[in-house]
Write a protein that binds this ligand. Structure first.
Ligand SMILES: [Zn+2]
Length: 304
């Protein structure tokens, strides 16, 4: 899964430190991140890929030195830090398309967060997590209570209002995902918003006032029209692409297996026999881990 980067280690403790030339820099415009095009994929594949720029490299391209760097420390992986570039953070917190075009160095491009998924484990986890923080900061430049300009907290990862004292912490929205088993069949679905055409599992955001388990029962009933029992926790993962923390569960069909698909959310929902499920890569998402867990015929326990 995305956070499993051993032997590398994430240090996400709040800190204020100076940048080094070899540290990564995230320049985020509110929706996309400035990335460097690479001649070949980072895993050695012949297709072109993208990499996260380094502080020194970006400064050199812009004729600046390390003392000119405008940015703040986010976290480190091993000895390399991730910095968020503050040079685009104007009063409005947004830049026009024209401004952005002027500031793009040759060989660089603004890309959506999905691009991190094709990078090596360190840049995938670090880049996506840095953008999770950058997105949160971009949404909180002004206080939601009194409208004053906010500032970053100086002793913890927070945004504070100097006028009214309002404190905002990073937005982490809980999501549940569930592998529903019906004998040797698995409930699989395709979300209409997912550009990946493969079948995945039923998932959804937890609503106010419900537990993770209640969210599982509700989401399966809403999206597939079936009831479940024996809901059991499988594991969890951060999912920075949707500012989320995903909790994975297994469950068994309870009663009628007739699927009534929610057409506003899904384009497909069906029972798929174990032998008809293709192999899924388990290096990024818990969804694929749950599917593989079923496909390989393990029991409902995650560590079986
Ligand atoms: Zn305020």
């Amino acid at each position: 899964m995305i956070h499993e980067i051993a032997p590398h280690k994430l240090n996400n403790a709040f800190n204020v430190v100076d940048p080094k030339p070899n540290d990564f820099v995230i320049r985020y415009d509110g929706t996309k991140t400035l990335l460097k095009k690479t001649a070949s994929g980072q895993d050695g594949s012949p297709t072109a890929g993208y990499a996260i720029p380094r502080v020194g490299e970006l400064l050199a391209l812009e004729g600046k030195s390390l003392t000119d760097f405008k940015g703040h420390y986010l976290f480190s992986i091993d000895d390399t830090a991730f910095f968020l570039d503050d040079s685009l953070a104007g009063q409005s917190g947004a830049i026009s398309g024209d401004d952005r075009a002027v500031q793009i160095p040759a060989g660089f491009e603004y890309m959506g967060s999905r691009t991190f998924r094709s990078m090596n484990p360190v840049e995938r986890m670090g880049g996506a997590t840095a953008v999770h923080i950058a997105h949160w900061e971009s949404l909180n430049r002004f206080c939601g209570r009194c409208g004053s300009a906010t500032a970053r907290g100086d002793h913890e990862r927070s945004i504070v209002c100097p006028e009214c004292g309002n404190v905002v912490y990073p937005r982490i929205s809980p999501v549940v995902i569930v592998a529903v088993r019906n004998g040797d069949k698995l409930l699989m679905a395709h979300n209409i918003d997912n550009p990946n055409p493969r079948l995945f599992l039923i998932s959804g955001f937890v609503e106010v006032g419900e537990s993770l388990e209640q969210a599982v029962h509700r989401e399966v009933l809403e999206e597939a029209g079936v009831r479940v029992k024996n809901v059991r926790y499988f594991g969890s993962q951060p999912w920075p692409f949707s500012d989320s923390l995903i909790a994975g569960f297994t469950a068994e069909l309870d009663g009628d297996d007739t699927i009534h698909m929610q057409k506003e959310e899904l384009s497909e929902a069906l029972w798929v026999k174990r032998e008809d499920i293709p192999e899924y890569e388990t290096d990024v998402s818990i969804s694929c881990c749950l599917i593989e867990n079923f496909r390989r015929g393990f029991t409902l326990d995650s560590d079986a």
